[in-house]
Structure formats: structure tokens, C-alpha cells
Design a protein. Structure first.
Length: 257
């Protein structure tokens, strides 16, 4: 309940982003903002085994990807319907009867206020991009059980808003629906130090088999993982990867550009 009503104190700007993830790994429980997950430096760097000269580049990487199943097919109408990029908020203030309409476009603040795994949000049809595709109606929570040690303090706060809908509500809707814009499943050698929520960097070849694909390659967040151990001391770690944008950022550590 608290996840979608929270704002990050870092890695994001108030009014531009919101939304947290609450999850459990073998390390325990975690409560992290979407922006802090996407702002992480990669803990591992992988290169697809089919990449040109993979063997000569391997010293710059931790390991090779054995199998890779990308799914970067963006279903635009689903994203529009869920309000991933352009939303409208209609809010009514019962205290002073103010009626307010707020339209917000994620593309206007693409480089400011949010942390992204890639360089840019996906390019969508301009015909639909400027029109809000999801409208949220809300009655502002003002004067309901104000905080304070005594009735006098509570009366002083009777005009304060308990939940800042203009700063949080639609921002979290957009961020949650942007998170799985790009997905991928990869198989690597067993690695029991990885956890859900970690950031990794991968490089895959372009369709011509030459340089690394600048759109598919880059940083991803581990959304799920499982280990499989078979007889003969063999095994595999399967990672389900997600990210909110496209474009290859530097892998970090000064090794890749």
C-alpha cells in the first residue's frame, strides 16, 4: 500500500517520479524506489556468446551469455491505456471547492527528474503522444485526522493535504508501467551471488553480427532468477531482465564506452 504512495529522496525529483518496490530475496526484505533500482551501477557485465570477437573481449566482461531471448516488442496501445507516458489528473479540493486539471507528459521530462536504465524512452507515434491516455479522478484528502500532539496542533494543520496527489499519484502510475518496457531472458553460468533487484550490463550483437546493438544492449534490472543444477556438476542461472527505456549507457568502471 505504501509503495505506490512514496517518493524517492534521491535518484529522483519530487513531482517527476514516484513508486517503490517491496520484495524479498535471500538477503531479506527490500523497499527500494524504481529510480534507485535503475540508477544502480552494474554488478556484472556479460557479453552474448554470439557477439563478434567475444573471446577477445571477454576480459572486459565477467562471463558470457549462453542463451538469449529478447522481447523488446512494445505494445503501444497497452502502454497508452495504462498511462505509461501521458496522464491527466482531475482533482477536487473539498475544503475550498477547487477543481483542478493537471496534464503530465513523461517525454517532456525525459532527461530531468527521473533515473533511467537506458538513454531514452521509446519513440512512439506523435499523433497520440500529446494526448492524455489515462485520466485519474481524485477527491483530495484534506483535514482528515491531521497530525499533532494535541487538538490545537491538529487544528493548525486542518488545511494540510495528507496525500499529495499532484506530486505522487500519476507519477507512480507512469513509472510502474514504464518499468517493463524492455524485457529479456538470458542463461549464464551458475552465479549464486546475484539477486532480484541487481543491475547488470549486457552486450549483444546487432542484426548484422558486427558491433554491439546500441538499442538492445545496456543496463537491465534482474526481475527474476532461478538456478538449475543437474548431474555432472553442471548448472545454469536463468535471469529475467527488465528496463524502462532503450539505448546503451556506459557499463561503468571505466572499461566500456
Amino acid at each position: 500500500m505504501i509503495s505506490k504512495k512514496s517518493i524517492p529522496s534521491s535518484d529522483g525529483k519530487k513531482g517527476k517520479t514516484a513508486g517503490f518496490m517491496f520484495y524479498q530475496t535471500s538477503d531479506g526484505f527490500h523497499f527500494k524506489s524504481i529510480d534507485s533500482l535503475l540508477a544502480q551501477e552494474p554488478v556484472r557485465r556479460y557479453i552474448y556468446a554470439g557477439t563478434a570477437d567475444a573471446s577477445t573481449q571477454s576480459p572486459e566482461y565477467d562471463s558470457e551469455i549462453v542463451n538469449l531471448f529478447p522481447n523488446n516488442n512494445l505494445v503501444a496501445n497497452q502502454k497508452y491505456r495504462m498511462g505509461a507516458y501521458n496522464t491527466k489528473l482531475i482533482a477536487f479540493n473539498p475544503y475550498n471547492c477547487e477543481y483542478k486539471i493537471i496534464e503530465q507528459d513523461a517525454f517532456e521530462d525525459d532527461d530531468e527528474g527521473t533515473s533511467r536504465s537506458g538513454k531514452k524512452l521509446p519513440v512512439l507515434n506523435e499523433k497520440f503522444g500529446a494526448t492524455p491516455t489515462r485520466t485519474t479522478y481524485v477527491l483530495k484528502d484534506i483535514g482528515t485526522l491531521p497530525t499533532g500532539k494535541n487538538p490545537r496542533e491538529q487544528v493548525k494543520k486542518h488545511e494540510e493535504e495528507n496525500f499529495e496527489v499532484e506530486q505522487i499519484l500519476n507519477q507512480s502510475i507512469r513509472r510502474y508501467n514504464q518499468l517493463c518496457t524492455g524485457t529479456m531472458v538470458i542463461d549464464i553460468a551458475p552465479d549464486f551471488d546475484l539477486h532480484a533487484g541487481d543491475c547488470i550490463h549486457i552486450d549483444v550483437p546487432d542484426t548484422g553480427g558486427g558491433e554491439n546493438d546500441k538499442q538492445v544492449s545496456g543496463r537491465y534490472i534482474i526481475g527474476s532468477l532461478k538456478h538449475r543444477i543437474v548431474e555432472g556438476k553442471r548448472g545454469v542461472t536463468k535471469l529475467g531482465l527488465v528496463r524502462d527505456s532503450f539505448g546503451r549507457k556506459p557499463a561503468g568502471g571505466g572499461m566500456l564506452s
